[in-house]
Design a protein around this ligand. Sequence first.
Ligand code: ADP
Length: 596
Amino acid sequence: MPRSVLILNQSTSIRPLPIAIIDGIRTTMDGKLPGAMSYYIEHVDLYRFNSSLYKNSLQGHLSVKYRDKPIGVIIAIGPGGLDLALELHGSLWPTAPVVFAAVATDTLVHKLPPGVTGTFIELKLANTIEVARAIVPNLRQIAIVGDRFEEQLYYRRFADQLPEFSRTVEFIELMGLPLREVRRRVAALPNSGVVYYIGTNSDPGATYTSAAAVLPSIVEVANRPIIVDSETLLGSGAVGGFMLRPYQIGQDAGRLALRILNGENPSDIPTTTGSNSKAIFDWRQLQRWGVSENRLPPQSEIRFREPSIWDLYRAQILVAFAAVLAQAAVISWLLSERRRRRVAEATTRETMSDLVHVNRMATAGELSASIAHEINQPLAGMVSNANAGIRWLAGATPDLGRVESSLKQIVAAGHHASEVIAGIRGLIKRGTEERAPVQINELIHNAIALERRDIERHHVLLTLDLDESLPDLIGDRVQLLQVILNLIRNAIEAMSPDRVQTLRIRSELDESRDILVSVEDSGTGIDQQNIGRVFEPLFTTKPQGLGIGLSICRSIIESHDGRLWVTSTVGRGSTFFIKLPRYMAGDGWQQSRKRS
Ligand code: ADP
């Protein structure tokens, strides 16, 4: 069998549909058989030339042309191509099998003789009606635009199918009209209509070369969506439809021709209906006409979809999203950390507050003897001054000057007693933390007043070395008093009467102009092992000790942005240092901070 294929195209070489079919044939067959393969292509243009005289002359022409060119298989494109092939076949190529392409069953005019096979296409009015209803839900009219049915090759049997549907749809036949008239009519269609463009191929003025070339001028003016049947018409303004896919049609034909050239008997290859048509739509037109994709036939293909921001920037969006997520995770972690820290701080403050109170109560308890003493003394003074005053008044000439001085001393003693009581009340009271300007020297005097009895009882030699020009600091009087009392008590407790006991309290401005208070004793000192531990909670070397005094002192000083530390030589004594920032005008301070 000769390795040659004659392609008989019913139309011309400038129409996209047959060109795509031929392309499908070529790509399927090329290189599949050993040796060279010849393709002969005849574009017979039956849309415009369809007289029997022309067909007879074609027969003579082709018989001369192919006299020396044996044909292995004929591929006929379109119903017109198949008709011609069957007419010429017997006289020109009686032995060459025929494969048809792009032919629908109902366009057959001849019964297929033996030696002819092919894959039918589906081109049914019912499909178009289905698509039209999907596009226009309240469909009432279908305006059919193109050549008259009788001049059509593909649609030549549609006239028979119209009555079946005309009960539900009105067909507006705009076929065989001059293009100008078509444009006028499609611009004024009812809202419930669509345009069905079946192709203008034989324009009387021959201005247009193909159905595809006419379409844009209809699109331009049509006021309703346009349905088409060929993939080659999609993309220039039609909304879509059940599409013939010419490339696949060509591939089907090419595969059959190959089987025949490989020796298969064409009569053994039954004709089939291919899956070469499909519902395909133009996304842009669906948007334009407001057609929802859900309404389209199942498995519809949507083309020309404009990429969304997501399609274009997927990677960037994902990275940004991940970054935001990571950031959110970090933020929520930080927030929860902050919450945990607050809770921890609150708990610590609570515990601290309890400890400070316990420590104060202990201090107040220890002070009770000196308190009694401090109160008794002014009371006794007041009584004796009052007696003296009475005596000075009782004389014949009352000495008013002396009376006045007695009264003044009573007032002074009263003030002293009330100061002592205020100090004690402050120690015992629990609650708000008061921040206010404080004179540290005044606190030292207060503390000594409270401790005086013990100092005297232990025969401690007290030296005060106070810088009277010290500036104020901002702090809580009661807490700071508590610290100084603690240090004085510890100092007294560290000294024993066997040796000279000196207690030296000094206040000054240090080189960084902070307030520095030192409490120095000549007691036991602290050995190297313990010096790092004296500020630890519950560290004590005393049989009755609680071991919380110094740890509380340090917390108090640190909460005042200061520092508390000790230097010591065993056997020589210890010096505790308190360093506190001084108050400078312009420093704001919180007057009262509520304890949680
Ligand atoms: P407590 O006095 O109840 O033991 P503190 O926290 O006030 O608790 O003191 C802890 C320890 O530090 C004391 O037990 C003592 O060993 C030591 N210490 C404190 N002050 C002095 C000091 N001035 N001289 C020597 N040791 C001291």
